[in-house]
Design a protein around this ligand. Structure first.
Ligand code: NCD
Length: 324
């Protein structure tokens, strides 16, 4: 895994707000984004971004995230420039920044970027003068996933503040976990991280987080249980003895329902490996909000795109119902 160092060398450094990390948001920003996303889920389409062009730069595979950013931009009336690395000049050695500058020269008002290297989104945001939205960079962060997870959890069980969220799985290599931990802490949740020790963060000194390798002992405390995929493409399978032992000790199974709270909420960012990190039966169980998460991805990405590209219009739309 290579990390791109930030080179803040460009005089045109981005003064626009970007969303690279959850750390860039305040609790009131999050509240506004949740309000906007819930509003968009009711009205489905608006013309808030009908004067904008958004470039979607996908250097790494994606199903959910790409499709929902496409749908979100469409529903806001924006034009989309869709870029897939496999069909581009990056194959001929062109750098990320030159690729972005080429797209800027054609004309675009914001970038959505997914990249396998941690730091790519931050690097881009520091070197272009339009907002950059991180759609997942290496093992670093995936802020829109954490925001849509929060939206979906709160729809099911009310305010997250004071609730306990247990995240089970590949914490160390999961950008989803990293963004979720920051967001859940900011919004006042208690967190339990459960995995083999080698998949847990090395530093375990955080008053809001309980670190454990013991699934059964701590499951009864959780209001929300989030299971995560093992990041095979990031060599995570070398961090525990075998997949069958992982499933035996850390896979969430139907029999765990006996240990969990009656009204527990089960979530997963996808893609899922049924019967590995979570049993197939639990994926489709009434406690699961997994398919609702995918649905809410569109509304939360509409909220993030309009928050970054047309914040005043968004606020006026939410307060007065007018788009201009
Ligand atoms: C996640 C990702 O790409 O980080 N998927 C997603 O965007 N919903 C999670 C994963 O790949 O495990």
């Amino acid at each position: 895994m290579h990390s791109i160092q930030s080179q803040n060398s460009n005089p045109n450094t981005n003064n626009q707000q970007s969303l690279v990390s959850i750390s860039q948001l305040s609790p009131s920003d999050v509240t506004l984004l949740l309000r906007a996303a819930n509003k968009f889920s009711e009205i489905k389409t608006t013309a808030l971004l009908n004067d904008k062009t958004i470039a979607h730069l996908f250097f790494e595979n994606s199903t959910r995230t790409k499709v929902s950013f496409d749908a979100a931009a469409n529903r806001l009336g924006a034009k989309i420039i869709s870029f897939s690395a496999s069909q581009s000049s990056t194959k001929k050695g062109e750098s990320l920044l030159d690729t972005a500058k080429t797209i800027l020269a054609v004309g675009c008002d914001a970038f959505v970027i997914r990249h396998s290297n941690s730091g790519s989104a931050e690097f881009l945001s520091q070197n272009v003068a339009v907002p950059v939205i991180n759609a997942g960079d290496g093992i670093h962060e995936h802020p829109t996933q954490a925001l849509l997870d929060l939206m979906t959890i709160e729809q099911k069980c009310g305010s997250i503040s004071g609730k306990t969220v247990m995240i089970i799985g590949d914490i160390v290599n999961s950008r989803v976990a990293h963004s979720n931990i920051k967001l859940l802490k900011m919004m006042g949740a208690k967190i339990i991280l459960c995995a083999p020790n080698s998949l847990l963060p090395q530093t375990k000194t955080d008053s809001q987080i309980l670190f454990t390798t013991n699934l059964n002992e701590h499951l009864p405390k959780a209001d929300v249980v989030m299971t995560l995929r093992i990041q095979m493409e990031r060599d995570s399978a070398t961090l525990f003895p075998s997949l069958s032992e992982y499933v035996q000790f850390w896979g969430l199974k139907t029999e765990h329902l006996k240990l969990m709270k009656k009204n527990v909420v089960l979530c997963h960012p996808g893609p899922m490996n049924r019967d590995v990190e979570i049993s197939s039966e639990l994926v489709d169980h009434p406690s699961s909000i997994i398919f609702k998460q995918k649905h809410n991805g569109v509304w939360m990405r509409m909220a993030v795109l309009s928050f970054l590209c047309a914040k005043e219009k968004l606020i006026s739309f939410l307060d007065n119902g007018v788009t201009s």
